[in-house]
Ligand binder design. Structure first.
Ligand code: PMP
Length: 395
């Protein structure tokens, strides 16, 4: 039935009553063109940004930014077509080769977003009459990919490799198991080694979406899969995004030669969409080089994670087990998360409230993300503000 305008108003009113209305805040500019850490100007005020996924600070790196203009001059502002039509530039091609080398895979294939990489890959590797297994807290794009594929989607409890293993052994029809490498709203790690072996035994494809691990974790920033010492045979489908630690935009899937060729031919979100702008690919090549070479960014980031966790623990804040730059503070009710987020903004910190349905009911939270650009004093001041606000109780 058609949704009438009154039904839309009622739906919006329902969202508002449940404190689920989302609002965008307009960034007027980033402070200091990259020299003032992780600040943004919002409504005329400078806020320290603890909400971005720009973990290494590469989104505003002068060399990354400088790569955009010459590439646009050479290739245009946009790619003009899909990769398989006439949109595949020398920068796209080189970036794919560099991503394959970085991840230790035979080939890599660029997608325009991580959302599309996941939809397209799951759709290419699973279909009707088959089963896809997923962690209950996987990113929405992995869950949607399974639904769109027509396969049966079974979700196991978060991080429960034993449950996944049971399902793999009991069912003969599991085509693919998909998991976040680092869970996007919790920051914890998937039990990759415990998932890889049973997938290999059951001859199911293992897809690891390492959107939040690549660039941040593992030797040389090669991600959660490398950190778990798993090779390309153990994890044949590795998804990465470029809009987080690499600071630009887009995504890729890395894997074996035939795996990637099959995706190139079959993934609908690859075939039927415009290639990302060549200038973005050019900037990403610079960002990838910096991310791989500048170990200090990862070291600094992990130092800040340790600093935040030690200070938060000392202040009595309830931390989760996250070892990554994603540090959630779970507060329960959406209204509490919204109140804390607004109060933090008053004090100069941008920390977004994350509410259902992005996270399960009863687990609304502040999702604090750290960046190599943060200063010690900013992290300390954030913890002080949080401790004071949490101690003051709900409003
Ligand atoms: N996977 C995960 C785990 C993510 O957190 C995100 C982004 N929030 C995506 C995929 C989607 O990536 P993109 O933003 O490039 O579409």
């Amino acid at each position: 039935m058609r949704r009438e305008p009154e039904a839309l108003s009622a739906a919006l009113a329902g969202l508002a009553a449940a404190e689920r209305i989302r609002r965008r805040r307009v960034i007027e500019r980033v402070a200091g063109g990259g020299t003032e850490g992780a600040r943004v100007i919002v409504e005329g005020r400078a806020l320290v940004d603890f909400s971005s996924n720009d973990y290494l600070g590469l989104a505003r790196h002068p060399q990354v930014i400088a790569a955009l203009a010459p590439a646009a001059a050479a290739f245009g502002a946009g790619s003009g077509a899909a990769h398989l039509v006439s949109g595949h530039s020398a920068h796209h091609h080189a970036l794919e080769e560099e991503l394959a080398a970085f991840t230790g895979r035979e080939r890599a294939l660029l997608f325009s977003t991580g959302y599309m990489a996941n939809l397209g890959t799951i759709g290419a590797f699973a279909g009707r009459g088959e089963t896809v297994l997923e962690d209950r807290l996987n990113h929405a794009s992995l869950l949607d990919g399974a639904r769109l594929s027509g396969a049966r989607l079974l979700r196991y409890a978060h991080g429960d490799a034993a449950a996944a293993q049971r399902l793999l052994a009991e069912r003969g029809d599991v085509a693919l198991l998909a998991t976040d490498g680092v869970f996007s709203m919790d920051g914890d790690l998937a039990p990759l080694a415990a998932l890889a072996a049973p997938c290999e035994r059951a001859r199911a494809w293992l897809l690891v979406d390492d959107a939040h691990g690549l660039g941040v974790l593992g030797p040389g920033g090669r991600g959660s899969v490398a950190a778990a010492q798993l090779d390309a045979a153990a994890v044949p489908l590795l998804v990465g995004t470029l809009g987080k630690a690499f600071g630009t935009f887009g995504a890729f899937v890395a894997g074996g030669r035939d795996t990637i060729e099959f995706l190139l031919q079959q993934a609908r979100t690859y075939v039927y969409t415009t290639a990302l702008p060549p200038a973005v690919a050019a900037a990403t090549r610079v960002a990838l080089r910096l991310a791989a070479a500048e170990e200090w960014r990862r070291a600094r980031l992990l130092e800040l994670v340790a600093r935040f966790r030690a200070a938060a623990a000392a202040a009595g804040l309830a931390l989760t087990a996250s070892p990554t730059p994603i540090q959630p503070l779970i507060v329960g009710a959406p209204a509490t998360a919204l109140h804390l987020s607004a109060a933090l903004a008053e004090r100069g910190f941008w920390v977004t409230a994350i509410r259902p349905p992005t996270v399960p009911d009863g687990t609304a939270r502040l999702r604090i993300t750290l960046s190599a650009l943060h200063r010690d004093v900013e992290v300390d001041a954030l913890v002080d503000a949080l401790a004071e606000l949490v101690a003051a109780g709900p409003h």
